[in-house]
Write a protein that binds this ligand. Structure first.
Ligand code: CAA
Length: 379
């Protein structure tokens, strides 16, 4: 694996880094204290083409490669992991299912709006009693003439309270588990789609997470995405790509934790010298840096495979599992380096610590990633 980026990819990194420093950083405090969705930031990202980075120009996207998109999530997440996940969910699982499985008409209707940031996308798979076991979902979509009627509830929907389109998974037949599931594009104002409780979370403040329910929510058959019964495969194949985005988000948290820890260790003096010169501390930084580097290699390797259209499920799960574990470990160690100050809100490391944990949970827990990797190994 050669971590050499093209000129175009380096330009993306510089542009997003500047944007994160100049436009995102100043919103972090408000996201933390008010738990407010950073709509102005997202609109500006739309203007810069960041809401549709890997989307073909013919559908209004930026037409850049998947690695450039991963670079954007990585750089944004160094400043705000909330903005990182908003972008990742919007693109990987909010927009891409339409790009990969939609009819030409569906693509023309939705993708330009999603790629420009006029619309925000969400993905509604998880239910109160169907998390890791996604195939056990119970939301139903019953055919009624030219329509389907959706009933059921969804849980932990990222971007759910601010989205204009939802990719919704529902059972269209009594066929066993995954085979009876279909996917639908549901628009926000569809009668019967009810936005429920907004979750109060440990971290990722500013990222909007809600419950959804469907009460006789009628959608036309034109909203079916792919074929009837194809929904589970649509969910899984898009999660394969989506998990690389979460790996990049976690990589951003891990790298930011390391950079803040190094800067502080060089500046903070105890026992007459900077704590960085205590061997115990430098060993800690060495471990953190090695893990960040390994996470980077795994993440960009998976991104390259996705970009080339090669099978990437195993590498995406490896990247997601390792990078998210590294984010948690590195953020905990960064708090330790900062000592008492690290436990206060005066420094960002306590936020990194709170933001990191969920990356090991969503888009498939790390136990599920091991299951996926194991299945690939034993195929
Ligand atoms: N691509 C295409 N098809 C796939 C696939 C993939 N990656 N993985 C499985 N399939 C197909 C299988 O081939 C199989 O097809 P057939 O029936 O034709 O043989 C079918 O799907 C069922 O596969 P499995 O028997 O392997 O399914 P399973 O019930 O054992 O579940 C699982 C597999 C990996 C555990 C899956 O349920 C899973 O990934 N669970 C985690 C769910 C998850 O990631 N949720 C994330 C929610 S979104 C989110 O978190 C976003 C956010 O907010 C940040």
């Amino acid at each position: 694996m050669n971590l050499k980026f093209t000129e175009e990819q380096e330009m993306m990194r510089t542009m997003v880094r500047d944007f994160a420093q100049n436009e995102v950083a100043k919103e972090v405090e408000r996201m933390e204290t008010e738990d407010r969705f950073p709509i102005e930031v997202i609109k500006k990202m739309g203007e810069l083409g960041l809401m549709g980075i890997p989307i073909d120009e013919k559908y209004g996207g930026s037409g850049m490669d998947f690695t450039s998109y991963i670079i954007a999530i990585h750089e944004l997440s160094k400043v705000s992991a909330s903005v990182g996940v908003i972008l990742s969910v919007h693109t990987s699982v909010g927009t891409n299912p339409i790009l990969y499985f939609g009819t030409e008409e569906q693509k023309q209707k939705y993708i330009p709006k999603l790629a420009s940031g006029e619309y925000i996308g969400a993905f509604a798979l998880t239910e109160p009693s169907a998390g890791s076991d996604a195939a056990s979902l119970r939301t139903t979509a019953k055919r009624d003439g030219d329509d389907y009627i959706l009933n059921g509830s969804k849980m932990f929907i990222t971007n759910g309270g601010v989205a204009q389109t939802y990719i919704v998974f529902a059972r269209t037949s009594e066929e066993e588990r995954s085979r009876g599931i279909s996917a639908f594009i549901v628009e926000k104002d569809t009668p019967g789609l009810i936005i429920g409780k907004k979750e109060r979370k440990m971290g990722l403040h500013g990222s909007n997470t809600v419950e959804l329910s469907f009460d006789n929510c009628r959608v036309s058959k034109e909203q079916l995405l792919g074929e009837e019964g194809e929904g589970f495969k649509i969910a899984m194949s898009n999660l394969d790509r989506g998990r690389v985005g979460i790996a990049a988000q976690a990589l951003g948290i891990a790298e930011a934790s390391l950079e803040h820890a190094i800067a502080y260790a060089k500046e903070r003096e105890q026992f007459g010298k900077p704590i960085a010169h205590q061997q115990g501390l430098s060993f800690k930084l060495a471990d953190m840096a090695t893990q960040v580097e390994a996470a980077k290699l795994l993440t960009y390797q998976a991104a390259e495979l996705v970009g080339k259209g090669l099978p990437a499920g195993k590498q995406a799960s490896m990247a997601k599992m390792y990078s998210t574990k590294t984010a948690v470990k590195t953020a905990i160690e960064a708090v330790q380096v900062f000592g008492g100050y690290g436990y206060t809100e005066d420094y960002p490391v306590e936020r990194f610590f709170r933001d990191a944990k969920v990356t090991e949970i969503y888009e498939g827990t790390n136990e599920i990633q091991r299951l996926v990797i194991g299945k690939h190994l034993l195929k």
